[in-house]
Write a protein that binds this ligand. Structure first.
Ligand code: NAD
Length: 483
């Protein structure tokens, strides 16, 4: 395939810099090395954090309108480079290109633009007191923000953090996931072109423990960490950040229930459930990976769901006909297949998929797995409790609303849920009792950037979005003015 070999660099203090040790970047669809990225050592991380701390002295005090001007230019450049970014995201992740071209990169640009505008339009607080005093509240940036992101939707999550962090006046060191470093490097190039001052936005590459990730989480000059990734990693970061008492926001794992009631619009329920289970090859924190179906329609629904899932087409992610991409890495594919072995060795039946698809070279070497549907497993089985993070969905029948809620809430996660029903009263009742940060009624993955986003239970700590991001990325200072 005709494509450049990416020599990814760190971006520190407005300069692109090489590192000493490099690791390979693999294209998930073929496992060919398509580039290399440097691993930041302690000195490199120190240089990035110190550059951010220096830049904070001016960026943190710049008028929000000035920050908006340069961030809007950054968002425009993301839009102007949509095709290239869409391709890069596919090379990093293995997701079908068509998904990146339709909506994804627009959202990436919007993450920056939305917060650039929000930072100049949000209202402050002021309280004239009875005694003639006035109390008012200043929102001031916190300082150097470490943004640590996963590999599954990298450009979206990197900008989801970068937008508010920068718009509210913080400076940033971003550590993208080691399996997807190319997109972050491209973002840095566009930010540079947009004219972000040196040190305001830095990118360091590397791994987690004993590498760039951990060095950032322990750094005394880092004042806050916005992290998205696995729940177990969140626990490690919390411990590492404790001695310097950093401000934390965690968006962690999920095991989303997708509840189909007997009165649901079946066509729509099937379409939404397929999207919820298999978008991004199921490597999605918000995935509806546990389908709960009311018994009266269980057989009919299952048949139609399986039929629709079977139409998903794995293959070359650059081909517009491809609708199921490759999993991120051979290690991850093996982990996902391990869950299928649990089903083969124990309870349950794989009623669709479960195998690697038969694809022509070079895609026969990629990390592809067929869309997979499992039945005959229950809430006590690991496949129904643990985050598989692949194109694998379990389908479980239920009888009553109460039972659906008990199963839905019976896991350690609480990130998101889908409710499919025509009964508005039921939808409202169930949404109210679901333990989930976001509930979709008769749809999936539609979100206004002003609403709080985050998880309950072990799916996260805190919320980001709109004024929730403002609260996380700023310090509130109360000023009391005497009469
Ligand atoms: P991960 O936790 O393995 O890695 C995420 C990032 O943390 C990477 O950049 C990694 O290098 C870094 N990291 C790992 N160990 C670290 C440590 N000890 N100290 C500092 N940094 C460390 O997650 P992943 O495998 O890249 O992503 C998949 C996970 O992310 C899934 O659990 C998924 O549910 C979750 N996720 C959650 C959301 C959400 O919004 N809640 C969104 C997307 C993904």
């Amino acid at each position: 395939m005709d494509r450049p070999f990416f020599r990814v660099q760190h971006y520190i203090d407005g300069r692109f810099v090489e590192g000493k040790n490099h690791f390979d970047v693999l294209y998930p669809a073929t496992n060919e090395a398509i580039g290399t990225a440097p691993e930041a050592d302690q000195d490199t991380v120190d240089a990035a954090v110190e550059a951010a701390a220096r830049a904070f002295r001016t960026w943190g005090r710049a008028p929000a309108a000035e920050r908006r001007r340069v961030l809007k230019r950054f968002a425009d450049l993301i839009r102007e480079n949509k095709e290239e970014l869409a391709r890069v995201e596919t090379l990093d992740v293995g997701r079908p290109l068509r998904d990146n071209l339709h909506g994804y990169i627009d959202r990436v640009a919007n993450n920056i633009e939305f917060f650039a505008d929000f930072a100049v339009t949000h209202a402050g607080e002021a309280y004239p007191m009875d005694n003639g005093y006035v109390n008012y509240v200043l929102r001031q940036p916190v300082g150097v923000a470490a943004l640590i992101t996963p590999w599954n939707v990298p450009l979206m999550l990197e900008t989801w953090k970068l937008g508010p962090a920068l718009a509210f006046g913080n400076t940033v060191v971003l550590k993208p996931a080691e399996w997807t470093p190319i997109g972050a490097w491209k973002l840095a190039q566009l930010a540079h072109e947009a004219g972000l001052p040196p040190g305001v936005f830095n990118v360091v590459h590397g791994f987690g423990p004993d590498s760039a990730g951990e060095f950032l989480t322990r750094h005394p000059l880092v004042k806050l960490i916005s992290f998205t990734g696995e729940t177990t990693t969140g626990k490690a970061i919390m411990a590492a950040a404790a001695p310097t008492l950093k401000r934390l926001s965690f968006e962690l794992g999920g095991k989303g229930p997708n509840i189909v009631f007997a009165d649901a619009d079946l066509d729509r329920a099937v379409e939404i459930s397929v999207r919820a289970a298999f978008f991004n090859q199921g490597e999605f924190c918000l995935a509806g990976s546990r389908l709960l179906v009311q018994r009266a329609i269980y057989d009919t629904f299952l048949e139609r769901f399986v039929e629709a899932a079977a139409r998903l087409r794995p293959g070359d992610p650059m081909d517009p006909e491809t609708t199921l991409g490759a999993l991120i890495h051979p290690e991850h594919l093996q982990r996902v297949q391990g869950y299928l072995d649990l089903v083969r060795d124990g309870n349950g039946e794989i009623v669709l998929g479960g195998q690697r698809p038969d694809l022509p070279a070079p895609f026969d070497r990629g990390n592809f797995l067929q869309a997979t549907v499992i039945t005959g497993v229950g809430p006590e089985d690991r496949v129904c409790r643990e985050e598989i993070f692949g194109p694998v969905v379990t389908v479980t029948p239920f009888d009553t609303e109460e039972e659906a809620l008990e199963i839905a809430n019976g896991v350690i996660y609480g990130l998101s849920a889908v409710v499919l029903t025509r009964d508005v009263g039921r939808a409202v009742r169930v949404a109210e009792r679901l333990e989930a940060g976001t509930v979709w009624i008769n749809d999936f993955f539609v979100r206004d950037l002003r609403v709080p986003f985050g998880g309950m239970k072990q799916s996260g700590i805190g919320r980001e979005g709109g004024h929730h991001s403002l609260e996380f990325f700023t310090e509130a200072k109360t000023v009391c003015l005497s009469n």
